[in-house]
Ligand binder design. Structure first.
Ligand code: PGA
Length: 263
């Protein structure tokens, strides 16, 4: 049975002091041990969030990592630098693809570095609106998965607990979410590619999250899809009540899945 995961991506928001306060408030308001909760604050707030959530069960993630281990890369952060600060990392977010020119080939290199450093990766994929309108959404997303995972040892992906986030670009920060059924269809397509490229067992155990304008009001539509294992939350993850509602909804699904698997 796959776990339910709610991963907050705070993007370029919060100072370290704000981040510590917000993380503490969210931890208290979303205490559901059957949901894996991850907060991904800006790099500068990682230490503050780590300290604020110590003992709460919340895990901490970075929003990006460099593809090299060290060297003359001004302003960058490498995977080994995250030791003791973060255990998760978001790779290939569409805002980095858009603003920093990240390609699937680059995400592939970053993924290798993350695995070397023992970070749990959330690899992001998602189509543009033009792709969806042209009926190419699945082709684009499965192509991204193939390129991001190319050449990576399936055993290393399994050991690291690879997570894929399906985040249609047109749904991110727009208030226009995908439909649950579309997210589920894409999750199935992603697992088909992973089964083919790696192993059927990795595909079966792979958590696929949906991201894009998830709120407490619409989260259940996604969690109600057996193929979808949680959410990546941006804007709403900066609000206590939204996070409390989203995690509570994930917890209901986790309980229902447990009951179903128990027969
Ligand atoms: P959003 O962002 O929830 O604000 O749409 C989602 C994301 O970028 O992960």
């Amino acid at each position: 049975m796959r776990p339910l995961i709610v991963a907050a991506n705070w993007k370029m928001n919060t100072t370290p002091a704000d981040a510590a306060a917000l993380a503490g408030i969210i931890a208290a308001a979303s205490d559901h041990p059957d949901v894996i909760r991850v907060i991904c604050p800006p790099f500068l707030s990682l230490a503050a969030v780590r300290d604020a959530v110590a003992g709460t069960g919340i895990e901490v993630g970075a929003q990006n990592v460099h593809q090299e281990l060290a060297g003359a890369y001004t302003g960058e952060t490498s995977a080994p630098m995250l030791a003791g600060l973060a255990t998760w990392v978001i790779l290939g977010h569409s805002e980095r693809r858009r603003d920093a020119g990240e390609t699937d080939a680059l995400v592939n290199r970053k993924l290798a570095r993350a695995l070397d450093s023992g970070l749990r990766p959330i690899v992001c994929v998602g189509e543009l609106l033009a792709d969806r309108d042209a009926g190419r959404a699945e082709e684009v997303v499965t192509g991204q998965v193939r390129a991001c995972l190319a050449g990576i040892d399936p055993d290393a992906l399994a050991a690291a607990g690879l997570v894929v986030a399906y985040e249609p670009v047109w749904a991110i920060g727009t208030g226009r979410n995908a439909r649950g059924a579309d997210a589920a269809a894409m999750a199935d397509a992603i697992r088909r590619v992973v089964a083919e490229m790696a192993t059927p067992s990795l595909a079966e155990s792979l958590p696929v999250l949906y991201g894009g304008s998830v709120t407490a009001a619409n989260a259940a539509e996604f969690f109600g899809e057996p193929a979808v294992d949680g959410a990546r939350v941006g804007g709403a993850s900066l609000k206590r009540d939204e996070m409390a509602g989203i995690v509570a909804s994930a917890s209901l699904t986790a309980a229902a899945r447990l009951a179903a698997s128990a027969g």
